[in-house]
Design a protein around this ligand. Structure first.
Ligand code: FES
Length: 121
């Protein structure tokens, strides 16, 4: 196992920023219909920036770790900065190869964020 895979395993075992925000400005629950794994995100904004972000979820290591790793990087970001996040950015943060069959796992947290920003509950 390389250091990047160890990082993924660490985030899976010890996910960062787990929890729930009452009265979040953006919130969305995104399931992967293929497996039932889920990521639910809560974002609180103030002065146009992310001041708090929490999430809940359960599922495979890559879905949970990639949500944890992506979300860990979002405090202080503006809505515009959140809106330009994409698959490439997630893969850059994961720093490891993702098998095409696992791409839906790796991007579950990203999709949850994108739909939250679009106002989808
Ligand atoms: Fe369900 Fe990965 S196997 S999101």
């Amino acid at each position: 196992m390389d250091m990047y895979q160890e990082n993924i395993l660490d985030h899976y075992k010890h996910p960062r920023n787990k929890g729930k925000i009452e009265g979040a400005d953006f919130q969305h629950r995104e399931p992967n219909p293929l497996c039932g794994d889920v990521v639910e995100i809560y974002v609180k904004m103030a002065d146009g920036k992310v001041v708090d972000l929490k999430w809940e979820g359960s599922g495979c290591a890559i879905s949970q770790a990639s949500a944890s790793i992506l979300y860990e990087n979002l405090l202080g970001k503006t809505e515009d900065e959140l809106n330009v996040l994409n698959v490439e950015k997630v893969l850059e943060l994961l720093q490891t190869e993702v098998n095409p069959a696992r791409m839906k796992c790796a991007t579950l947290g990203l999709v949850a964020l994108q739909k939250a920003l679009q106002g989808q509950k």
